[in-house]
Design a protein around this ligand. Structure first.
Ligand code: C5P
Length: 287
């Protein structure tokens, strides 16, 4: 059924508007697909659903997000699920704020649609994706988008102008629910100016976009995660136009105009942080 790249995302802006009765939070985000990716192969096989991650097999019965997505897909198309084997080569770090798990699920769903239901509209695939995770609909679509609601109400935005991103993840991970739980009692000092970022995107004005990077999760970070701010400072010193945490962290990304400066920054940070990546923005996926 073929092999797909599952691309990571960063949040150029992230605002939390409030808690919802369904246990989720109402968000407003600007999301951007980046070239850092896992590789996902999906095959039809005999027998049960199987998942292999970097050579390790997960027993059938341990229900993964990938399996839940496949079940939701076959339910939606009204046929029983054949044996499906998913093989992941992981490069996107986990618990990083880069949407790695959601990207893998999105790649599985795109493969299944290609094979079993090529006429399924994108909106339907995104709806199936949402049953597995809030970021999956964006990961199905890709590009640059405004995301509202849980993250599933998507509006395409003009693409980020050509630039380079350096992504750097400290050694710890932050579980997303832990940080969301801190959101309910807080007033934020600085909220993202999403209209301003939209205008800068329309103008293709990279410095303006960089100036508008803002993630309210940074204000919620407990003191043990302060290394995030150390990395932000390092990226600025190394020549980034600006830097911000992605999603619920802890990965920090810096935006660079020049490839050479970005490469030098990535090399400098790699000595301290093994999970440092050079990436470029990627546009909307072609269906
Ligand atoms: O949707 P997903 O399973 O990725 O969300 C993981 C967790 O993040 C949820 O259980 C919830 O605690 C939190 N979340 C939230 N509001 C959102 C998205 C996620 O509170 N819009």
């Amino acid at each position: 059924m073929g092999t797909q790249q599952a691309l990571a995302k960063v949040n150029l802006a992230l605002d939390i508007l409030g808690a919802r009765p369904d246990g989720y939070h109402e968000l407003r985000m600007v999301m951007q697909t980046v070239s850092l990716h896992d590789t996902v192969s999906v095959q039809e096989t005999e027998g049960d659903f199987t998942l292999h991650v970097d050579g390790e097999s997960f027993r059938p019965g341990e229900t993964s997000m990938e399996e839940r997505a496949a079940e939701a897909f076959f339910r939606a198309v009204g046929r029983s699920m054949p044996g499906i084997s998913v093989t992941l080569k992981k490069r996107i770090p986990a618990y990083a704020g880069l949407g790695g798990g959601s990207a893998d699920v999105a790649a599985v769903l795109r493969s299944l649609r290609q094979q079993y239901c090529p006429d399924m509209p994108e909106a339907e695939l995104e709806r199936i994706g949402l049953t597995v995770g809030s970021d999956v609909p964006f990961c199905i679509r890709g590009g640059t988008a405004l995301a509202a609601g849980r993250g599933e109400r998507l509006t395409d935005l003009p693409p980020l102008p050509p630039c380079w991103l350096v992504l750097c993840k400290p050694s710890f991970g932050i579980p997303t629910p832990e940080l969301f739980a801190l959101a309910d009692t807080r007033q934020y000092l600085r909220r993202p100016d999403i209209e301003g970022m939209h205008l800068a995107l329309r103008q293709g004005y990279l410095e303006g976009i960089a100036a508008k990077l803002c993630n309210v999760f940074e204000e919620l970070l407990p003191p043990q995660y302060k290394e995030v701010f150390v990395i932000k400072e390092r990226l600025l010193t190394l020549g980034a136009l600006n830097a911000s945490m992605s999603g619920s962290g802890p990965t920090v990304f810096g935006i660079f105009r020049s490839q050479e400066t970005a490469e030098r920054a990535a090399q400098a940070l790699e000595r301290e942080y093994t999970k440092t990546y050079l990436a470029e923005p990627v546009g909307k996926f072609q269906v």
